[in-house]
Design a protein. Sequence first.
Length: 287
Amino acid sequence: MLRRPGVKIRASSDSRGWSSLYASAQRELPFEDAFDAVDDQLIVMHLDPAMVHCRIPKGEDSRLVPAGGMVMMPGGMDFSVRVGGAIRTIHLYLRRSLIKEVASDVIGRDPANIEIVPRFGTSDPLIERLLLAVGETLYVDDPTVAPYVDYLARAIAASLVRRHSSTSPLDQTGTARALMASERLQRAIDFIEANIDQRISLQEIADATGLSPTHFARQFRSTVGRAPHQYVMQRRLEHAERALVETNTSIAEIAAACGFSNQEHLTRLFKRAHDTTPAAYRTSRRS
């Protein structure tokens, strides 16, 4: 998955000698592709929300995967996926042998009779914290972190066995609620994208979903992981990033086209998000 065009890897466990898992942190552009099965468990955690369509042998589904949401693919399963927006992600491959070892210790059963089940858009606060901890180690140039990574890998494997295996069926009620939220949120996202160059009020976005502003804001934040105004600003910045790299449009014109009040407004928020100016970002991406 990480060899596709449009993937910019920021850090990975390549050449670190980690035996229990492989991990990477990257930014991914929108894509659609099919992938052959691999032996190890795959977990993709979103650091940004995005609409995702996923297909596995047992069926397919579309939903908004929130920040902190995960797609889990068991070893041995083919799948295809379509991601509708640019996102930051953490990818983790957990060794099959480790899961079997932990399954035997955790529940005292033959691991051959335990299957990790696929998950789509699942939120699991414990695994989220563990994956974020793995992600942090990717930026630490210290060989002594390897035992800590092994500990994290075993904790993730234990959580998978306890809550995401054939011994722990999915709460179908919670899944239905998530699907209902994603349908309304998609209308909100469509409205935001269509009006990204305009002033957008909370009332206008809520009207697009048929919810009151208060109800919409609460539901949006709980599902996406950030407030509506934060999401709008994130999308403005992402539109600006793309325009800086793909066009020769002036920065002032990009600011206006992306809904910023002026060039200074774009520069201030861009520097806060990326620790560089729009002009320097454009130069670095084209060098």
